[in-house]
Design a protein around this ligand. Structure first.
Ligand code: ATR
Length: 281
C-alpha cells in the first residue's frame, strides 16, 4: 500500500514539508508521497476540498490561509483545535477527517529534544513573550504538562489575560508588561519568544533586553528567519543556552507523521540539514 499525504495552502511552493515527510517515509520504511495541493484565493474552496477528498489522502497538512476555514469540512476535531480554533494537520481514518493542531506539542518536543533537562521535571519557571496564536498553542501545551510557573509578557496585557484564561490546571501564571518582565528575567529556566519582533525585516529588534539570566537558562525563539535572532545573539553573549525556531518545524512534522502513521521517526541529524536548507547552503 502506498500512502498519500498532501499540503493545502497558498502560497506553498517553498514549503519544506515535502522534503521532511519524504525523509520520514524513508526512515519509517513506508511507501508513499507527499504532494502540494495549492488552493488559490480565487479558487472555490469547497470544490477544491471535494477534489482533495476524491484523491483519498491518508492525511494532510493545512496552512495559511485555510487553517480556520477547513474546520467546517472536518468530521471530528481534537481538544487542541477547540482551544486554538485552527487546524494544521488532518488524519483520514475510517472515512472520517479528524483535525489536530500540532503547534504546542511540536514546540515543546523541539525544545526538550535540544535540552532534555527541560523534560525531566515539572518544576520549571517559564516566561512566554507574546500573545498571538503561537503563544496560545505553547501556553496550552505547557499547562497540559503541568509545569509549575508559566508567566506571560506581552505589549498588550489584555491579550495575555485571554491566554491565561485557558489555564484550568495546576500551573501558576503572572502577567507582566515587557518592562516588568525585563526586571524578573533571572528567575526563569526557559524564556520563549513568540512575537514577530526579530523576524525579517525587523531583525534588528528584540521585544525586551536580556540583562540578567539564571545560570543554565534556555532562551528559545520561534522565529527562524533569521535563525539567529537578535534576542538569541544577546542570549549567547550572556552565555545562555539558545534554542532555534526551525527545530519546531521539524518536530511538528514528526508529530504530524506520527498522527498519520503511528510511527515516531528518529529525527537525529535532520536539524542541521534543515538549517542548511533554510540558509540556502
Ligand atoms: P502569531 O499568530 O503568528 O503568533 P500574532 O497573532 O500576529 O502572531 O501575534 C503577534 C505577537 O507579536 C503579539 O503578541 C504582538 O503583541 P500585541 O498583542 O501587543 O499586538 C507581538 N508584537 C508584534 N509586534 C510587536 C512589537 N513591535 N513589539 C512588541 N510586541 C509585538
Amino acid at each position: 500500500m502506498s500512502l498519500n499525504f498532501a499540503l493545502i495552502g497558498y502560497p506553498i511552493q517553498h514549503s519544506l514539508s515535502p522534503w521532511l515527510h519524504t525523509r520520514f517515509l524513508e526512515k519509517a520504511d513506508l511507501k508513499g508521497t507527499y504532494s502540494l495541493f495549492e488552493v488559490r484565493p480565487e479558487d472555490d474552496f469547497s470544490l477544491k476540498i471535494k477534489e482533495l477528498k476524491e484523491k483519498n489522502p491518508n492525511g494532510f497538512n493545512i496552512t495559511f490561509p485555510y487553517k480556520e476555514k477547513i474546520i467546517d469540512y472536518l468530521d471530528e476535531i481534537d481538544e487542541t483545535v477547540r482551544v486554538m480554533g485552527a487546524v494544521n494537520t488532518v488524519l483520514a481514518k475510517n472515512g472520517k477527517w479528524i483535525g489536530y493542531n500540532t503547534d504546542g506539542k511540536g514546540y515543546f518536543r523541539a525544545v526538550k529534544n535540544s535540552y532534555p533537562h527541560l523534560g525531566a521535571t515539572k518544576d520549571l519557571k517559564v516566561l512566554l513573550i507574546g500573545s498571538g496564536g503561537a503563544s496560545r498553542a505553547i501556553y496550552y501545551e505547557l499547562v497540559q504538562e503541568e509545569l509549575a510557573i508559566v508567566d506571560i509578557t506581552n505589549r498588550t496585557k489584555e491579550k495575555a489575560e485571554t491566554i491565561a484564561a485557558l489555564n484550568k490546571g495546576k500551573t501558576k501564571t503572572n502577567i507582566y508588561s515587557l518592562k516588568e518582565a525585563e526586571q524578573h528575567l533571572e528567575q526563569y529556566d526557559l524564556i520563549i519568544q513568540t512575537t514577530s519582533v526579530g523576524m525579517e525585516p525587523n531583525d534588528q529588534q528584540t521585544p525586551l533586553h536580556l540583562n540578567s539570566l539564571k545560570n543554565n537558562a534556555v532562551v528559545s525563539d520561534i522565529v527562524y528567519q533569521p535563525m539567529k535572532t537578535k534576542l538569541l545573539q544577546e542570549a549567547e553573549s550572556l552565555d545562555a543556552n539558545v534554542h532555534y525556531g526551525h527545530t519546531m518545524l521539524l518536530h511538528q512534522a514528526q508529530y504530524a507523521f506520527e498522527i498519520w502513521t503511528g510511527k515516531k521517526v528518529d529525527v537525529t541529524g535532520m536539524e542541521n540539514k534543515l538549517q542548511d536548507i533554510l540558509e540556502g547552503r
